[in-house]
Design a protein around this ligand. Structure first.
Ligand SMILES: Nc1nc2c(ncn2[C@@H]2O[C@H](COP(=O)(O)OP(=O)(O)OP(=O)(O)O)[C@@H](O)[C@H]2O)c(=O)[nH]1
Ligand SMILES: [Mg+2]
Length: 476
């Protein structure tokens, strides 16, 4: 018992103390040296994180397209430059490579990125107000942290036992055909009295295959998040477990107990460090949402996107999660921007409707939420605009189209279809036989346009300057 107390009591205390020291030194450097904003960028797979960061940084380095950033419009940003990041063990966000992919001679989309990375951009700013004339320029560092939204879903595991997590998942998997091979194997393996590594590996493999399929179907309950994005943990015991049906008196050396141990190890060694070392230090957050793909895919995808958003947002409502609260020490994310990405697929006349759908998707989560005083905003953006607008007459009607280059090199003006005026027609289940974005959206796979940028110009975008203003404007 004593061992138990010291393990949990002192362990937590020690974590707490080191976190406090770290927090204090963060704000010390902010007070006496140069202030830092840590900007988290997240979203589910393919939401547009890499393109967003690349274009944001490129447009902050060359600001001719950033009129919506007030400090830029007022001429107060004297210079911006990339600097070595402070966290020496985090991979650097590969800005140069991604930018070369997007804006090089044969423009293409960057590769999928499956881990956390960081980049520091620094500003030299002319001060405003009374001191403006007296003091010299000041410096502000922007540390951008890119991390997969799937990692936030793991927060739900922290206060859950292996037995509860398993029971929950298995119940939901029951109705999903994709889960059948795994469920069969899991039931057959129940009550295995002696642990065998090969059995554990087989179950983990089948479970991962199910998760992969579930993600392709757009389902968002895909925990543990790291199974799909293993990085250098691939094949290690912390990623070699799977849910099993509850067992009353599971033998100590049996399969069930070992699975339980690995689940607990995953929480302690994988999930917890992410939340304490990275998540807890974020000041401002962008959550990118590919609402267009979900709307096009249909009611189930929209429904699931809504639930995924809700699960992600749980991390930004620390009041509701005792485990998270203990690491934050009252520190909170100050601003959260929700952005519907890839808005260049739609004519601008549709953007307000897209934002309305995003708002409605978030409503169930945000309305009940206390974001602990964080300011939130939502908007529709395109980090890299690949299209131009064009109105075409078709059967006597003027259609609002977008023109761009398709992946096969052909150029086309396409009509994606309209979004409804009332967003709840999308978010509360479609009417029978109803489809949205059912026009040419299907074939709208644009490639980045070939650019000839003038000096001082970043890549073309939609509302990236307004996103930047919301996220940083008050500190510039
Ligand atoms: N038209 C258009 N397509 C975009 C835009 N941003 C992203 N995309 C598309 O979305 C895909 C995914 O974008 P990424 O930035 O790689 O997304 P991610 O969230 O980093 O994806 P992972 O690294 O796989 O998690 C791209 O390959 C493009 O096809 C945009 O602004 N406009
Ligand atoms: Mg990426």
């Amino acid at each position: 018992m004593t061992a138990g107390i010291s393990r949990f009591g002192i362990g937590t205390l020690a974590d707490g103390v080191s976190r406090q020291v770290e927090a204090a030194s963060d704000s010390l450097s902010a007070a006496f040296f140069e202030p830092v904003i840590r900007l988290g960028v997240t979203g589910m797979a393919r939401a547009g994180k890499t393109v967003f960061i690349t274009s944001l940084v490129a447009n902050l380095l060359n600001r001719a397209r950033m009129a919506g950033l007030v400090a830029e419009a007022e001429g107060r940003i004297l210079a911006t430059f990339l600097q070595p990041q402070p966290d020496v063990t985090l991979p650097r966000f590969d800005f140069e490579d991604h930018l070369a992919a997007l804006t090089g001679p044969a423009p293409h989309w960057p590769e999928s990125t499956r881990s956390i990375s960081e980049l520091r951009l620094s500003f030299r700013i002319r001060p405003t107000g009374l001191l403006g004339g007296v003091s010299g320029p000041r410096t502000l560092h922007l540390d951008i942290v890119d991390y997969p939204g799937e990692w936030l879903l793991d927060l739900g595991l922290m206060e859950r036992s292996y037995a509860d997590w398993s029971a929950d998942l298995l119940a939901r998997m029951d109705s999903r055909p994709a889960a059948r091979p795994f469920l069969q194997a899991a039931r057959a393996a129940a009550h295995t009295a002696s642990f065998e590594e090969a059995k554990a590996q087989e179950l983990a493999r089948l479970y991962t295959a199910y998760l992969t399929e579930a993600r392709t179907l757009g389902l968002s309950d895909v925990t543990p998040g790291r199974f799909l994005l293993p990085g250098d943990l691939a094949g290690s015991p912390v990623l070699t477990f799977a849910p099993l049906p509850p067992e009353d008196r599971a033998p100590r050396r049996g399969l069930w107990r070992e699975m339980e141990r690995r689940y607990e190890a995953y929480k302690a060694r994988v999930v917890k460090p992410f939340f304490t070392e990275h998540f807890a230090r974020i000041d401002r957050q962008v959550v990118l949402v590919d609402a267009l793909s979900a709307i096009h895919a249909g009611p189930e995808a929209v429904d699931d996107l809504g639930r995924g958003m809700e699960a992600i947002l749980a991390a930004f409502r620390p009041g509701r999660n005792a485990w998270l609260t203990q690491f934050l020490f009252g520190k909170r994310v100050e601003k959260i921007l929700f952005a519907a990405t890839k808005a260049d697929h739609l004519h601008h006349s549709q953007h307000d409707r897209l934002t309305a759908v995003l708002d409605e998707l978030l409503a169930s989560a945000t309305r009940r939420a206390d974001f602990a005083g964080a300011r939130t905003a939502s908007m529709s953006i395109a980090a890299l605009r690949c299209t131009v607008e064009e109105s075409l007459r078709h059967e006597g009607r003027l259609l609002d189209c977008v023109r761009g280059q398709l992946e096969d090199g052909r150029e086309a003006a396409l009509y994606p279809g309209e979004l409804p005026e009332d967003p709840t027609r999308i978010t509360r289940g479609f009417a029978a036989g109803e489809r949205w974005l059912d026009g040419d959206y299907q074939i709208m796979k644009f490639r980045p346009a070939q650019l000839s940028l003038r000096p001082g110009e970043g890549p073309p975008h939609i509302r990236l300057d307004r996103a930047a203003q919301f996220l940083l404007g008050d500190r510039l």
